[in-house]
Ligand binder design. Structure first.
Ligand code: ATP
Length: 236
């Protein structure tokens, strides 16, 4: 498997405080990789730095090219996309117009296909395409945020806490869709506090504590690791 995303010895700081220390990770084509860890471990910081929102010290490559000189727009154009924790939708615009915003850089003909693809993955969005985003349920808003990211046909989708604040039945729906993205040719880097659900759909996992990766490996091995079970899976 070739690495689609490769991060090596990454450091990210807020002033003098180093929030991410010496982190290395990779995501292959067609792979679902999760980063689990407690609040404040540095997961969001790492995703933001990979996206180019925060400066990162270290080596990063995407689809075989060095990402260092690329700004956020270049990274999006290369096929990298981040769905942030707070979704950042336009509440007074309807579903279709929010999706259209995700398609601003692609030709009209391709946009029609992107709408098809997103509505197939999220039939609920199709039903609600004329509804204002601000009036959707939390789960529907998460679907819309993911759908908007998918409109640009990314190669790698980074998801920050997609299950945050959602009812369990909706969480199951969101995770099922994440599992389906692989079949649609999209790799996923998933940050989650719901470690149990994340480890179930991921191929590989990294465990982050205090800015560092303390464990990594196949998701099923991480799920059966005693330390992970005690700290993150809610049983001893
Ligand atoms: P959460 O799930 O709460 O978002 P996280 O694992 O994503 O947790 P981060 O949000 O990346 O963790 O935070 C990592 C560390 O960096 C924390 O100690 C946090 O307090 C600090 N931090 C985050 N954002 C900033 C900021 N803008 N300025 C200064 N410190 C920050």
């Amino acid at each position: 498997m070739s690495a689609l995303l490769s991060v090596s010895d990454a450091h990210v700081s807020y002033g003098k405080v180093e929030a991410v220390r010496s982190v290395s990770l990779d995501v292959a084509d067609d792979e679902i990789v999760t980063i689990i860890g407690a609040n404040g471990a540095g997961k969001t910081t790492l995703l933001n730095a990979i996206m180019g929102v925060l400066p990162l010290k270290g080596a990063t490559a995407f689809a075989g090219a060095d990402m260092t000189p690329l700004d956020i727009e270049d990274r999006v154009a290369a096929g990298l996309c981040l769905v942030p924790e707070h979704r950042e939708l336009f509440g007074t615009m309807n579903v279709e117009d929010n999706l259209q915003l995700g398609a601003f850089r692609i030709p009209k003909a391709t946009a029609a296909r992107s709408f098809e693809r997103v509505y197939t993955l999220f039939p609920r969005l199709k039903e609600r395409r004329k509804q204002l985003a601000g009036t959707l349920s939390g789960g529907e808003q998460q679907m819309l945020a993911m759908g908007r990211a998918l409109m640009g046909a990314p190669k790698l989708l980074m998801l920050d806490e997609p299950s945050l604040g959602l009812a369990p039945i909706i969480v199951a729906d969101i995770f099922r869709t994440i599992g389906e993205l692989r079949a649609a040719g999209v790799s996923v880097l998933l940050v989650e506090q719901n470690a149990q659900a994340a480890l179930k759909i991921a191929d590989r996992a990294y465990v982050m504590e205090l800015g560092e990766f303390i464990l990594s490996g196949p998701a099923k091995d991480i799920a059966s690791n005693e330390r992970v079970a005690a700290s993150y899976l809610g049983f001893q």
